[in-house]
Each structure stands twice: as structure tokens, then as C-alpha cells.
Design a protein around this ligand. Structure first.
Ligand code: CP3
Length: 352
């Protein structure tokens, strides 16, 4: 066994949780619910704690990351915690000068674009990841029977930040590089796959009970491009964690045409955005794959009756799948009223 004797899936404290069971395809008395980006700016207690601390510094302070991870669990009563961190943390720990600029996203002064830049790509080991392992250990000790989800960015999404130097709609430099210099592309993406795999492994070894791989930008690719330029590297990541006995959720937005391929890289659960109905996703996946999703985040500001009937529809379509983990179709928008999230959790839990 790769996991330690104290891991929550080995002691069994999270094994019977609704989340772990649903991720294994087992339907129980009700569907579990959690939210992507449940930790963060929608919560006043998060904004207070983060005051004066840069985003990535907060991620690397184990006590702070622990408290932020627990905040939405305490407030909303969700069925899982997601580790407070960021997909670019493994890049930062490997020495890349990445920062997160509020309202913009990850930004780098020196993007990686040429062969000369390859000298800057160094490997990560478990010791580099000790702030992560420490924080996960603290979180899991507090969570008890509530499972922690670890996560990472898929190589295509991470590499596009690394190559563009920041968020970009059209990804012009990334596209030019992948078509013009396939060998350099392969080298960069393979490196990214390695560091993001180490990040995921560290979280699971320290106590996470499931993982989610975010490929936020994959939906910008055609299916042929996805197969050629993204999927092989996502597969490297899934392979690198496949010895760990945890569910592997794979999610990206605008991925309706990619779901089968995203599953085939080695996922065990598929996260679905709000533009793809769950019954459609279930059908293209052959009725075999537990699904997660896909409440429209835009409706979080609608009157409760409208939100509730939308949720009823999502729950009804989710019945087609082997099991359904309720979530949003993308992250919680920062201006969300947290009371709406609490109410939504209570509704899905069946509390009145
Ligand atoms: O609650 C959670 O979901 C846990 C933590 C989490 C964060 N980022 C914290 C965060 C997770 C899972 C992520 C993933 C992430 N980060 C993705 C993939 C998911 C997706 O949305 O598609 C991506 C693309 C990133 C990169 C990133 N980090 C962006 C685009 C931004 C937003 C920048 C902005 O201000 O608009 C971030 C910053 C970030 N990551 C915040 C949080 C809570 C907000 C920063 C802050 O509070 O100052």
C-alpha cells in the first residue's frame, strides 16, 4: 500500500463518506454537494484573513491555508473540502516567478518560450512540497469524516500560462509554439506534467481522499488539437497518480465535445460545466461514469424559486448517471451571497 497507516482512506474515516462513495459510482441516500472555489472571495472571513497577504504567499503558509480550506466547510456544511491552493503553486515551488494579480490571474515576468528558457525548468521533489504536505496534514486532522479533495492544473492549461506569461483569450504564443516546434512543446508539457503530478501526489500522500485535475483552457482546442497537444500530457499526470487509491475527477469548461477524450486519459469521474446537460454527458460516456456538476453559477443571483427549479432540473438529469456529485458548472463567482450557497447545500441535503 502506498498510503500511510494514518491516511483517512486507510483508517477508513472518509471511506464511507457520501463523496467517496459517489466518486466510486455508488448512489446513497442523497447526493453529496461541494462547490468549486468554495474557499475564497465570496466569504467575508476569507477576505479578512487574507488582508495584506499575497495570494500565493497565503497558499504557502500552512496555518492560513488550513483555516481558509475549513471556512466553507464550517459555514455551508458541504460534503467535501477542496484544498486552498492554486494550480500555479507547483510552478512557483519549482522557481518560476509567477504571481497572481487580483482581477487578472497568474502572471509571469519571464515566460517560457524558447530552448534557452528550458534551463529554468527544474524538477520538484516531496521536500519542495513540504508547505503543501504540512497544510494538508493539518486540514485532514480537523476534517475528520469530511473528505479533502486535492487538485492540480492539467499540463495544457498550466503550460498556456507559462508560455503566454499571463491569461489570454486566444493563446497566440501557445498556439504558435505547439504548431511550430513540436519538440519544444513536448519538452515543456512533459515538465509541467511532472511538477503538477508531484503536487497532486503530495496532497494525496498527506491525506486527500480524491483529486481533481482542472483543464480550464482545453475547451479552446478542437478535438484534434486536444488529442495531439493536450491529452498525452494529461495522461502522463493520470498515470503518475494511478497507483494511489483515490478517485480522479477531470474537469474543464466548454468541453462538451471533449468529454470522452478527457475520460480516456485516465479519469474516473467527469466534472461537467453548465453548458452540457448531465444526461447528454452520461450518454456520451456510455452510462458508466460518475458525474459532477453542473448548476449554472449565473443563477446564484436569481430569485430563490428560479434557482431551486434549476437545481431540481440538474438533480433530475443527474439521475441518469451511475452517481452524481452536485456542484456548480464552474467556480463560485466572487460576488456570490454566501447565504445562497448555504441555502443551496441545505436544499440538496434535504434539510428543511
Ligand atoms: O475553493 C477552491 O476551489 C480552492 C482553491 C482554488 C483556487 N484556484 C484558489 C484561488 C482552486 C481549485 C483554483 C484553481 C485554479 N486557479 C484554476 C482552475 C479552475 C478554474 O477556475 O478554471 C485556474 C485557471 C487558476 C488560476 C487562477 N488563480 C485564476 C484565473 C485566478 C483568478 C484571478 C482573479 O483575481 O480574477 C486565481 C486566483 C485565485 N485562486 C483566487 C483563489 C481563491 C482569488 C485570489 C484572491 O483571493 O486574491
Amino acid at each position: 500500500m502506498v498510503l500511510s497507516k494514518s491516511h483517512p482512506l486507510v483508517t477508513g474515516v472518509t471511506s464511507e463518506s457520501l463523496l467517496v462513495q459517489a466518486y466510486r459510482g455508488i448512489r446513497r441516500e442523497r447526493n453529496p454537494i461541494w462547490f468549486m472555489r468554495q474557499a475564497g472571495r465570496s466569504l467575508p472571513e476569507y477576505r479578512a484573513l487574507r488582508e495584506g497577504v499575497a495570494m500565493l504567499d497565503a497558499c504557502l503558509r500552512p496555518e492560513m491555508a488550513t483555516e481558509i480550506t475549513l471556512q466553507p466547510v464550517i459555514r455551508h456544511g458541504v460534503d467535501a473540502a477542496i484544498f486552498f491552493s492554486d494550480i500555479v503553486i507547483p510552478l512557483r515551488l519549482a522557481g518560476i516567478d509567477v504571481d497572481i494579480v487580483a482581477g487578472v490571474g497568474p502572471v509571469m515576468d519571464s515566460p517560457v518560450r524558447t530552448r534557452n528558457d528550458l534551463d529554468r525548468l527544474r524538477e520538484l521533489d516531496l521536500a519542495d512540497l513540504s508547505p503543501i504536505s504540512q497544510a494538508v496534514g493539518l486540514v485532514v486532522a480537523e476534517l475528520g469524516a469530511t473528505p479533502l479533495i486535492g487538485f492540480g492544473g492539467a499540463p495544457f492549461t498550466l503550460a498556456s500560462y507559462l508560455i503566454e506569461g499571463g491569461p489570454s483569450r486566444e493563446l497566440p504564443v501557445t498556439r504558435a509554439l505547439m504548431y511550430d516546434d513540436p519538440l519544444l512543446w513536448e519538452t515543456i508539457l512533459t515538465w509541467v506534467a511532472g511538477v503538477t503530478s508531484q503536487f497532486l501526489r503530495a496532497q494525496v500522500l498527506a491525506g486527500a481522499s480524491a483529486i481533481q485535475l482542472f483543464d480550464s483552457w482545453a475547451g479552446r482546442l478542437t478535438i484534434d488539437e486536444y488529442r495531439k497537444f493536450a491529452a498525452p500530457y494529461s495522461r502522463l499526470v493520470m498515470d503518475a497518480v494511478s497507483d494511489l487509491p483515490v478517485a480522479r475527477v477531470h474537469f474543464g469548461t466548454m468541453t462538451r465535445d471533449l468529454l470522452q477524450d478527457m475520460y480516456k486519459v485516465g479519469a474516473t469521474v467527469i466534472g461537467v460545466d453548465q453548458f452540457t446537460p448531465l444526461d447528454f454527458a452520461n450518454e456520451v460516456l456510455g452510462g458508466q461514469v460518475p458525474l459532477q456538476g453542473n448548476i449554472d453559477p449565473k443563477l446564484l443571483t436569481a430569485p430563490w424559486e428560479q434557482l431551486r427549479s434549476h437545481v431540481d432540473e440538474v438533480l433530475a438529469l443527474g439521475l441518469a448517471a451511475p452517481a452524481h456529485v452536485v456542484n456548480l458548472g464552474h467556480g463560485v463567482p466572487p460576488d456570490t451571497d454566501p447565504e445562497v450557497l448555504t441555502r443551496l447545500v441545505a436544499y440538496v441535503r434535504g434539510d428543511s
